[in-house]
Write a new protein. Structure first.
Length: 410
């Protein structure tokens, strides 16, 4: 499995490529070319969006970037403190069983430093009681964000507290309100076009974990890896990968590469098809961050079909490039995972000709009584600008996508 050579990538700005290389090979070098302040700002903004900023190695960074990262790290510690408080409040309010998904539930196994992980929401799995849990949060002052019911998700419309907060360009602002997503399922077979067999057993294998002295329920460790991989796969196929999700899988694979007991259990609990779907993300993690794998995981990654392996040889870096080189290269990977012409046609139609407008932006945190005429104009302007940007992305990606479709058989 060939890793991406980030330093040679011409689709990424040079500073972004250099930082990706440093993240993939910590300690490989301690110096960077003399990039301008504007180049550093653009690169760090990219890593903010990928939720990777606080994981960057500090060696060789210029003083201004180091100062910025120290401030970001301090703010993120405060965000984590508030997140823990919010979770404990929510746990006390919800009287029906639920599991904590991702985020702090995975701190011990998926990240080198919990305080370097950026978390904006709480994901709770309530397979039969999501509505009751929502009612409990409404009683705490949360409100359902408008428009979320229009999008294919595994959860109810996200819940937020309307504190009046407005976006100020800081991804680490401790005041950013926490969102809560109440999941009623773990996989959307109708939208993705294929099942994740065995995921229905995750609930029955739940285990207890602790946060701040309080006990809560979470996924079994093998299922936590399974769900994290499926979550990444869903975002990969929908064209909105966050680098942090790839890094988490890579970190897990690297640190558990010698854990025979875990991987034997993982193989026993997950059937062949569920292991295959996870192996797609194992291969992406290895391509991006050149991580080690336990032999059981490596066998699964190397057993992927020829066309999937070819996709990684050609397009492994495409999800990281999409902000600079609009593309829908993940579409060909999705087609490789589908088993009928009808399903492939449905995915092609949805991805080539999106029919849904983007969801609401940050003004969802402003109470209606605080919506002044100026804020309403700003809301309309920001939404129009964002929607136009997404439309321009799809238009720029359409021609190369159609060209590739004419040259490729799936």
């Amino acid at each position: 499995m060939r890793p991406v050579r980030w330093q040679e990538n011409r689709a990424l700005p040079p500073c972004v490529a250099a930082l990706m290389a440093a993240l993939a090979e910590p300690g490989a070098g301690s110096g960077f070319p003399p990039f301008s302040d504007a180049e550093w700002d653009r690169a760090l903004h990219y890593f903010d969006r990928q939720q990777l900023t606080l994981l960057l190695p500090r060696a060789g960074l210029p003083a201004k970037a180091l100062q910025r990262l120290e401030r970001n790290a301090s703010d993120n510690r405060e965000r984590i403190r508030r997140l823990e408080q919010a979770f404990l409040e929510i746990q006390g309010a919800i009287r029906t069983p639920f599991l904590a998904l991702k985020g702090f539930a995975n701190w011990e196994r998926f990240t080198p430093d919990p305080y370097a992980r950026v978390q904006y929401d709480l994901d709770l799995f309530c397979p039969e009681t999501a509505e009751q849990a929502r009612d409990a949060l409404l009683a705490l002052g949360y409100e359902s964000a408008p428009g979320g019911e229009k999008f294919p998700t595994d959860h109810l419309p996200r819940l937020v507290r309307k504190t009046g907060w407005q976006w100020r360009g800081d991804f680490f602002d401790p005041e950013i309100p926490l969102s809560v997503e109440l999941h009623f399922r773990l996989w959307d077979e109708e939208t993705e076009g294929f099942p994740a067999p065995g995921i229905e057993n995750f609930w029955s294998r739940r285990v207890e974990q602790k946060l701040g002295g309080a006990t809560y329920q979470a996924l079994h460790p093998a299922d936590a890896l399974g769900y994290s991989a499926l979550h990444l796969l869903r975002h990969l196929l929908r064209g909105d990968v966050r680098g942090a999700n790839v890094h988490e899988i890579a970190w897990f694979l690297e640190t558990q590469a010698s854990n025979d007991a875990f991987w034997t259990t993982w193989r026993d609990l997950h059937g062949a098809e569920l292991r295959r779907l996870q192996a797609v993300c194992f291969r992406l993690a290895a391509a991006w961050f050149d991580c080690r794998m336990h032999p059981i995981a490596r066998v699964e990654a190397e057993a992927l079909g020829r066309r999937i392996r070819q996709w990684f040889e050609q397009f492994a870096a495409s999800p990281a490039e999409s902000l600079f080189r609009p593309n829908k290269d993940e579409l060909w990977l999705h087609l490789c995972l589908l088993d009928s012409f009808r399903k492939k046609a449905a995915v092609l139609r949805r991805r080539l000709l999106p029919a849904r407008l983007p969801g609401p932006l940050d003004v969802i945190f402003i109470p209606e009584k605080q919506m002044t005429p100026a804020l309403r104009i700003r809301k309309q302007w920001e939404y129009a600008r964002y929607a136009a940007g997404r439309a321009w992305f799809h238009l720029r990606a359409l021609a190369p996508t159609l060209s590739r479709m004419l040259r490729t058989r799936f």
